[in-house]
Design a protein around this ligand. Structure first.
Ligand SMILES: Nc1ncnc2c1ncn2[C@@H]1O[C@H](COP(=O)(O)OP(=O)(O)O)[C@@H](O)[C@H]1O
Ligand SMILES: [Mg+2]
Length: 251
């Protein structure tokens, strides 16, 4: 999309995209840990998290009042607010911004809801172009099994029930996700997304991500020098205690 110029800010913007269960949040959390340990200032922004639209979204969802267009407008309002408050200021200050889902989520989901492709792209013309946009490609049966195992309940909009694809919520979720995958795949070339094989083990994907991010860090200011090995060990141990898992293995 020509309208998104490369930003001129001194910071860097890395974003992750993919269907639910593709492993985005896992990888971006590990990337964040690493960047912080390397001494960078890191900000994080998550899809649909702006306080501005929270009440409206939750009311609309509860009463099932949201049409594809209103849903789309709410998400772009959320995104505009976060762009102004959470994304541009840190980029201006030379920091690294990480985003869990970005405009491509809107393009994939809204078009899957039959919103016009061009219309939704124009809605996000103000967006800052990411330094690197990772797309976690995963076969649907893999992501579905990651998501659906141990989860009893899918939500109405999450499952795309508003589209009337099926009265069975799991079946509707599967059909909706299929449409979303189709849109993501078409966007790989359209927007030059960096494709990750999301079926690989977590540590292997993380190694690849860091290799791909590294060249973009040249010239980015660090707050302090990278932490020495011993300190990293201590952080990993503390995180292990806090989260009950072995993060060292994943590094
Ligand atoms: N590479 C992987 N292999 C196996 N399981 C994974 C992998 N990456 C993530 N998972 C698991 O899949 C589930 C969904 O991961 P998550 O990072 O939350 O995905 P997303 O944010 O894309 O929805 C979690 O239980 C996570 O531990
Ligand atoms: Mg997630």
């Amino acid at each position: 999309m020509e309208t998104y110029g490369l930003h001129q800010y001194p910071g860097r913007l890395f974003i992750v995209e993919g269907v639910d269960g593709s492993g985005k949040s896992t990888q971006i959390a590990l990337l964040r840990q690493w960047l912080i340990s390397e001494g960078y200032t890191v900000f994080f922004s998550e899809w649909n998290s702006s306080p501005l639209v929270k009440k409206t979204t939750s009311r609309g969802k509860k009463k099932q009042l949201l049409t594809p267009t209103t849903f789309s407008l709410i998400h772009s309002t959320d995104f505009a607010d976060r762009t102004e408050h959470d994304i541009i200021p840190p980029l201006k200050a030379g920091a690294i911004v990480l985003a869990d889902r970005y405009i491509y989520t809107a393009f994939a989901r809204d078009v899957a809801r039959n919103v016009d492709r061009t219309w939704v792209r124009e809605l996000y013309q103000f967006a800052v172009k990411p330094t690197c946009a990772f797309y976690f490609r995963v076969p649907l049966e893999v992501s579905l099994s990651r998501i659906l195992t141990g989860r009893s309940e899918l939500k109405y909009y999450e499952a795309g029930m508003d589209l009337g694809l099926s009265s069975d919520i799991r079946q509707s979720f599967t059909l909706f996700q299929q449409r979303i995958v189709h849109e993501y795949e078409a966007m790989v070339d359209e927007f030059g997304l960096t494709v990750m094989d999301a079926t690989l083990p977590i540590p292997e994907q993380q190694r690849q991500m860091r290799r791909l991010v590294l060249p973009h860090l040249e010239g980015v200011r660090r707050l302090r020098p990278p932490l020495p090995e011993q300190e990293l060990e201590n952080i990993a141990r503390r995180s292990e205690i806090l989260h009950g898992r072995n993060d060292r293995e994943t590094l």
